[in-house]
Design a binder for this molecule. Structure first.
Ligand SMILES: Nc1nc2c(ncn2[C@@H]2O[C@H](COP(=O)(O)OP(=O)(O)O)[C@@H](O)[C@H]2O)c(=O)[nH]1
Ligand SMILES: [Mg+2]
Length: 248
């Protein structure tokens, strides 16, 4: 059924053409240094190919630079993935914008982890991930946040919802949070990153309230409080991965 891929390939081709046409690369003044966005898009497209060729259970970790994505993969795999994640001290150490053949998937047992470079930077704008990242091709995606939720987090979460991907929110750096903070953060994440997609308008107030309650209950299972320092929450992340990949 390879022909089903043709419309997707045409769409991707058009998006690249539009991106180049918008001045990401200035073709008139060649030779020009390669735009980091072109390399990033190429690497994302390469990821798509690698994913379709792999029989592993596919897990993507997304988030801002410094949210703790690479440390999470290191902890989940006990440092035994191949290749190993790059843990940054100040800036995001994972870069897909420089080398067209950089490492983009990490194998651990029969899992393929993708340590996605932190979005919302000059070389890794959130818009490129929104346009090109193959969200729906993963068994499970974790969106890691470490503090204040930003507009780009909301945009990525919207995209995840629309793509139909199975995604969960990890609130990392949770080691020092008290119960009241956890409640407030849960509400904030629910409202901003996990809003109800389509609210069926109903004349019955009670029905709307029940729908809202069910949604809030469901959201609680989709938010994981984690600390990479104390490792609290790590088992819940593994539990979520295994639940999602049990038949994959
Ligand atoms: N205190 C604390 N530090 C963390 C936690 N997770 C990651 N870090 C530190 O945050 C820094 C950035 O982590 P990294 O995994 O490289 O973030 P990434 O850019 O999202 O991949 C590193 O110095 C980690 O040791 C956490 O849960 N608590
Ligand atoms: Mg990293």
């Amino acid at each position: 059924m390879w022909w089903l891929l043709i419309p997707a390939a045409v769409l991707i081709g058009k998006k690249i053409y539009d991106a180049l046409d918008e001045g990401v690369v200035n073709s008139e003044a060649a030779p020009q240094p390669r735009s980091p966005h072109v390399t990033l898009i190429q690497n994302i497209l390469r990821l798509k190919i690698l994913l379709s060729a792999s029989n592993g259970k596919k897990v993507a970790i997304l988030g801002q630079p410094g949210a703790g994505k690479s440390t999470l993969i290191h902890n989940l795999t006990q440092g035994k993935s191949y290749p190993k994640p790059n843990i940054g001290v100040q800036t995001d150490a994972t870069d897909w914008s420089e080398w067209p053949y950089c490492d983009i998937m990490m194998r651990y047992e029969n899992y393929d982890f993708v340590d996605v470079p932190g979005y919302d930077t000059l070389n890794h704008p959130a818009s490129v991930f929104i346009d090109f990242f193959p969200f729906s091709e993963f068994d499970v995606i974790f969106l890691v946040i470490s503090g204040k939720i930003r507009g780009s987090d909301e945009n990525i979460a919207k995209c995840l919802q629309k793509s139909g991907a199975h995604f969960f929110i990890i609130r990392n750096f949770s080691e020092s949070l008290g119960n009241d903070e956890i409640k407030l953060i849960t509400k904030d994440i629910s409202e901003r990153l996990l809003p109800q997609l389509s609210q069926t308008p109903s004349p019955m107030l009670l029905q709307n309230r029940i729908q809202k309650m069910l949604h809030q209950r469901e959201n609680k299972h989709r938010i994981i409080f984690l600390s990479n320092r104390t490792r609290e929450g790590l088992e819940k992340v593994w539990g979520t991965i295994n639940l999602r990949t049990i038949n994959a």
